[in-house]
Ligand binder design. Structure first.
Ligand code: GDP
Ligand code: IMO
Ligand code: MG
Length: 428
């Protein structure tokens, strides 16, 4: 089972980091293929808690080679901060490889991200403010800076000049900000050149060699299906392809090489930032999920919006990503509820709709149609076999499986590394 993709099936924070960590020592390479330090993965190993943003979660497993693929946007200052913090805690980060083609997040991208959000006023997206959107915009607009440019001062200067030419007009004349100097940007990037050089590689070629050599490569998606720039709730999305197709373009392997696609889905739903969310709760049930699931952002600390499980979204994700297996996380968070509603379809302007509507307006108007399942009160965090779960918990999982378009192979019952019930081997 050499090439395995992990993607979020909802609006992020499903527990992708933990799922990656769960596969641990069976993985040889882990490749981050999209996004940047907008991601926030919390991984709990024993008593230690790690919060990762830019680096792939697989970096925590000894012996794994972590790769930052060409589809990622890299804030170099953050890269070194994370590497130093992990080294200080005894994590071996020496194997990290960074694609020469990955784009660089600079000071002006972060500034523009924050200033445009402010100008959007009540229409704002609620971005993480990390410069993600403006960096991808420059990439598509062909005025981006790539990692390889940092090793050629002359080229770097020309590219920064070209990028800042227009932006400084915008910053000064429209946004009432100071102009950013070319020297300031060039010098700040050049300062990292020597430390960066040994990590930079033709990562597409290295991944190719790894797969040819029979190694197991895990492609770790940041964000999630409903935040994907093509398939998510546009414009309330991130600026990259967080779906399984992104693993191919964001790392440089052919789509036919992918053997398995693992969708990570929470036993309920959360969302950070603005945009439609049919099953969102504004009552005590939402507070229950937020408190029990500790639903506060790893990156920005914002409280996450919480709601019930949405089966049409799970089916949509199964289809868009070609999910072969779901990992259902945070089942333990539902313990103590008398009954658990699950959205099985929507009502849009008086009409029942079974799938995620293609029209954005319809999705905004979609009201969930709920089916209610009986809850359980037993603590399930110590359970490791499916048949040891309370009957109502088993039935809840089986009901979700029947409506979600793929089998549920692993069930998360707690934040810890081994707090999981495995029904089918994810790599078998
Ligand atoms: P990611 O962005 O998809 O990697 O997810 P985050 O790390 O942002 O958020 C998931 C949170 O849920 C983290 O704090 C995890 O430690 C935690 N978590 C993951 N799986 C489980 C689970 O099965 N049960 C509980 N209670 N917590 C979990
Ligand atoms: P992980 O990998 C949840 C959201 C932001 C905002 C929108 C655009 O931890 O699941 P951006 O800064 O990317 O331009 O913001 O996307 N967002 C996330 N929400 N989890 C994430 O990552 C997210 N990354 C971005 O809140 O609504
Ligand atoms: Mg997260």
């Amino acid at each position: 089972m050499p090439a395995v993709v992990i993607v979020g099936a909802q609006w992020g924070d499903e527990g992708k980091g933990k799922a990656t960590d769960l596969l641990g020592s069976r993985i040889d390479f882990v490749v981050k293929f999209n996004g940047g330090n907008n991601a926030g993965h919390t991984v709990v190993v024993g008593d230690e808690k790690y919060a990762l943003h830019l680096l792939p979660s697989g970096i925590l497993t000894p012996g794994v080679t972590p790769i930052i693929g060409n589809g990622v946007v890299v804030d170099i200052e953050v890269l070194f901060q994370e590497l130093e913090a992990l080294s200080a805690r005894g994590v071996d980060v020496s194997r990290l490889r960074v694609s020469a083609n990955a784009h660089v997040i600079t000071h002006y991208h972060r500034t523009i991200d924050r200033v445009t959000e402010r100008f959007l006023g009540k229409r704002q997206i609620g971005t993480t403010g990390r410069g993600i959107g403006p960096t991808y915009a420059d990439k598509i607009n062909r005025v981006g800076i790539r990692i390889q440019d940092i090793f050629d001062e002359n080229i770097l200067r020309q590219k920064v000049e070209a990028a800042l030419d227009q932006k400084n007009h915008l910053l000064v004349k429209i946004y009432n900000r100071r102009a950013i100097s070319v020297d300031e940007i060039v010098d700040s990037l050049l300062a990292y050149a020597d430390r960066l050089r040994p990590m930079v590689a033709d990562t597409a070629l290295e991944i190719h060699h790894a797969l040819e050599g029979g190694k197991t490569v895990l492609f770790e998606g940041g964000q999630a299906t409903m935040l994907d720039v093509d398939h998510g709730t546009y414009p309330f999305v991130t600026s990259s392809n967080a779906t399984a197709g992104g693993a191919s373009t964001g790392s440089g392997i052919g789509p036919g090489r992918i053997d398995r696609v693992i969708g990570i889905v929470k036993a309920y739903t959360t969302r950070v930032g603005a945009g439609p969310f049919p099953t969102e709760l504004f009552d005590a049930s939402g507070d229950f999920l937020r408190a029990n699931g500790f639903e506060f952002g790893t990156t920005t600390g914002r409280p996450r919006r919480c709601g019930w499980y949405d089966a049409p979204i799970a089916r949509y994700s199964a289809r868009i990503n070609g999910v072969t297996d779901f990992v259902l996380t945070k089942l333990d968070v539902l313990t103590g509820l008398d009954e658990i509603p699950v959205c099985v379809a929507y009502e849009v302007d008086g009409v029942r709709v079974d799938e995620v509507p293609v029209s954005q307006t319809d999705f905004h108007h979609a009201k969930p149609i709920y089916e209610r399942f009986p809850g359980w009160s037993e603590d399930i965090t110590g359970v490791r076999r499916f048949e040891d779960l309370p009957k109502n918990a088993q039935d809840y999982v089986l009901a979700l499986e029947a409506m979600s378009g793929s089998r549920i192979s692993v069930i998360g019952v707690g934040p810890g590394r081994d707090a999981a019930v495995v029904r089918h081997d994810l790599l078998g």
